[in-house]
Design a protein around this ligand. Structure first.
Ligand SMILES: NC(=O)c1ccc[n+]([C@@H]2O[C@H](COP(=O)([O-])OP(=O)(O)OC[C@H]3O[C@@H](n4cnc5c(N)ncnc54)[C@H](O)[C@@H]3O)[C@@H](O)[C@H]2O)c1
Length: 351
């Protein structure tokens, strides 16, 4: 199996997960990191025993000794840092959301297709065995025609400090500020639950309406350089191209939930309940005779590979993998239309 040399761009919180996941794949070496913050970069490469560090993507490209890249910079930085890598023929696993708006995401998808490199968006919950099994069951007709779904992504880092203090730490503050490129909870975890729900219920969204809410969180809505104007709560209604309708919501004020995802999906012959809660991926089903009795049973599901393992396998095989940049750009279009819908009084907006 050929060795794959990986570059990590953005050496903040999530980059640790990338390095730890690559360390579990035989023949993969993280050879360098890039960060505009020299102290963070130095601490990161020392912690993970990485031999090279650079202050910019252009410096890393001038060096060039890598095959594939994990882009773990903040959302608004993905576009400008990924394009030169694609032009140089590097394979890219980019964090979600793919970009800060649909136009940038579409440009990235187009550039990736033209470069012919492996391109993937890190929708981490595609690693949940329950989700993958549910998508297969629905595609195989286990619940008949999909009619209705409800999905949620619940976090509470604005009401408790289990992951640190959002009032003082950059990694939370940029997520609360539009001028720092954040689309709020909609772009941060809303995009995860949008992918999660539509991966199972039907990939193509026909129309969306959405209400976004930003709560007062600090005096004058400002902490230092951060204006706290990005949404904290999103409530979305979707109509899919296959005729199914559903609701999706996400919040950072969901006290009692650290990081929980849920999808309930109902069809003409059965229902599925797909959960990721307390780091556990769980599937329940009501099918056949259980539908009449209103009974739900646990479904055991086979393990699935991580996104990182699937990305590396695709690089080695010279094949494409999903969710790719095209999917990321399609999701980003729904996000932009959700913002538009909210600005127009939750008007139903055709995709
Ligand atoms: N897939 C998931 O479940 C998941 C989870 C957490 C975060 N994320 C995503 O990962 C990305 C990073 O999030 P995070 O929590 O690690 O943020 P973070 O703020 O902890 O880290 C971002 C790092 O990028 C660096 N950076 C900024 N501009 C840069 C540039 N031009 N070049 C190189 N480095 C630059 C910052 O200095 C910082 O060290 C975001 O897009 C976020 O949405 C995804």
């Amino acid at each position: 199996m050929r060795d794959v040399r990986v570059l990590i761009i953005g050496t903040g919180g999530m980059a640790n997960n990338h390095v730890e996941a690559y360390a579990k794949i035989v023949g993969v070496r993280v050879v360098a990191g890039v960060d505009t913050d020299p102290a963070r970069l130095a601490a990161f490469i020392q912690k993970h025993g990485i031999s090279h560090g650079f202050g910019s993507v252009s410096e890393a490209l001038a060096w060039g000794e890598f095959d594939a890249v994990s882009n773990v910079t903040p959302d608004a930085i993905h576009h400008r840092t990924t394009l030169p890598l694609l032009a140089a023929g590097k394979h890219v696993l980019c964090e979600k959301p793919l970009a800060a708006n649909a136009a940038d995401a579409a440009e990235m998808a187009e550039a990736a297709a033209q470069a012919g490199v492996v391109n993937m968006v890190n929708h981490s919950y595609r690693e949940g065995p329950a989700l993958v099994a549910a998508a297969k069951m629905v595609a195989d007709g286990a619940i008949g025609e999909v009619r209705h779904f409800e999905a949620s992504y619940l976090q509470s880092w604005l009401t408790q400090g289990a992951w640190g203090d959002w009032r003082t730490e950059d990694q939370w503050l940029w997520r609360l500020s539009k001028s720092h490129g954040s689309m709020g909870v909609l772009g941060d975890v809303g995009v995860h639950i949008l992918d999660y729900a539509t991966y199972v219920a039907g990939l193509q969204v026909a129309s969306v309406s959405c209400r976004l809410t930003t709560f007062d969180k600090a005096e004058g809505g400002q902490i230092g350089e951060y204006t706290l104007d990005a949404n904290d709560s999103m409530n979305m209604h979707l109509r899919l191209a296959n005729g199914a309708v559903g609701v999706i919501h996400a919040s950072r004020f969901a006290s009692g939930h650290h990081n929980d995802l849920s999808l309930k999906i109902y069809g003409t012959t059965g229902g599925l309940d797909v959960k990721f809660a307390e780091k556990q991926s769980l599937l329940k089903a009501s099918l056949g005779g259980d539908v009449k009795g209103g009974r739900w049973v646990d479904v055991s599901v086979p393990p699935v590979d991580t996104n990182y393992a699937r990305f590396i396998a695709a690089v080695r095989a010279g094949e494409q993998v999903t969710p790719n940049f095209e999917r990321g750009a399609a999701l980003q279009r729904v996000l932009d239309l959700a913002v538009q819908s909210d600005a127009n009084g939750c008007l139903d907006t055709v995709v």
